[in-house]
Write a protein that binds this ligand. Structure first.
Ligand SMILES: Nc1ncnc2c1ncn2[C@@H]1O[C@H](COP(=O)(O)OP(=O)(O)O)[C@@H](O)[C@H]1O
Ligand code: SF4
Ligand SMILES: [Mg+2]
Length: 322
């Protein structure tokens, strides 16, 4: 499979009143064509900032360095005008709470027609027909009723389906889903995950699926990147990650997954997530790690391919600083 998105050595700092928050600390990851890549980590580790960087939607207090290559071109070097053509067309995003993206004052019909005509050269009537098709494709059997509704007249699950329909209206090659099911109850969550999987099979786009929930990752993703305090600490195919977690942080995360298969010999996490204003030196996980040695406090471990397609950033597995 070819690479669709390649993030190289991406650093993001935010200037704040309290100092500089070192939020992304040189991350590297690749999303291949047609795959679902899960980005998993606790709240505050930098998942949404990664998504905002890809779409170039960072606030003005952000300092950025590194590369975000999409189809081989560095998005960080694009003009705002060029980005507007990529955003919502080549790369779409859906969020946890569709109410933040839907305008409460307008019917779904107006909002969908707006989005569809923005990215496609269609008349209003053609756009409406397209909207109906899309709503049916995302499993809303009475599209006319949905089009006539205001956002608050729909359930949370229906609103998320509408958002997915809008995100797909331009036939994107990358769909970023930032915790899209976190606000939904478990049954609806499963339906939405199934829908994303089916649509991906039909349309062949890639998905960057952001979540703090390893259970969701296990159900949906082809490969997973584990994030900790602004670093990607491990990347592996999903099954491999669950069966053979290498990084002490991944092992800690998996120790709390309620599945007896994954509990073998895994130590639970202790301590808490560090402040990114003053992150730990070297390996940012060292204050919480039972294996931390002197080198861990001094040098940041680089992400290395420890075994085929299984990457880890931890001095226990070597790396270029040893
Ligand atoms: N505009 C901003 N200014 C300063 N700090 C920010 C800003 N946006 C995000 N952060 C900080 O960046 C870190 C990562 O945030 P985020 O990517 O939203 O985490 P999550 O993994 O939960 O999505 C957090 O510590 C957050 O406080
Ligand atoms: S680099 Fe050191 S501190 Fe970091 S996870 Fe590995 S052993 Fe632990
Ligand atoms: Mg987030």
């Amino acid at each position: 499979m070819n690479d669709l998105l390649k993030i190289e050595n991406l650093y993001i700092n935010f200037r704040t009143l309290w100092g500089v928050a070192k939020v992304l600390n040189g991350i590297n990851l690749t999303i291949k064509e047609g795959e679902i890549f899960g980005l998993v980590g606790e709240t505050g580790c930098g998942k949404s900032v990664t998504a905002s960087t890809i779409l170039r939607l960072l606030p003005s207090n952000a300092e950025v360095s590194g590369k975000v290559l999409f189809k081989g071109e560095n998005l960080l070097e694009k003009s705002e005008e060029e980005m507007r053509k990529i955003r919502g067309k080549e790369i779409s995003i859906i969020f946890q709470d569709p109410m933040t993206s839907l305008n409460p004052l307008f019917k779904i019909r107006d909002q969908m027609v707006d989005v569809i005509t923005l990215h496609n050269n269609l008349s209003k009537e053609e756009a409406e027909k397209r909207a109906k098709d899309l709503l049916e494709k995302v499993g809303l059997p009475d599209p006319e009723r949905v089009l006539n509704s205001y956002p608050h007249e729909l359930s949370g699950g229906m609103r998320q389906r509408v958002m997915i329909a809008m995100a797909l209206s331009s036939n994107p090659s990358l769909l970023i889903a930032d915790e899209p099911t976190t606000a939904l109850d478990v049954t609806i969550q499963k339906q939405i995950l199934k829908l994303i999987l089916e649509l991906k099979e039909t349309y062949g786009f890639s998905v960057l699926f952001i979540t703090h929930d390893l259970g969701v990752v296990a159900e949906l993703c082809d490969r997973v990147g584990v994030m900790y305090a602004g670093n990607i600490v491990e990347i592996a195919p999903t099954e491999e990650l669950f069966e053979n977690p290498l990084h002490p942080y991944t092992q800690g995360l998996l120790s709390v997954v309620p599945d007896p298969r994954y509990k073998k010999k895994l130590k639970p996490l202790r301590g808490s997530v560090p402040s990114l204003l003053n992150p730990p030196t070297g390996c940012r996980f060292h204050p919480r790690c039972d294996y931390a040695g002197d080198l861990c406090k001094k040098e940041k471990p680089e992400l290395i391919e420890y075994s085929p397609d299984h990457f880890v950033a931890c001095h226990l597995y070597g790396g270029n600083s040893e």
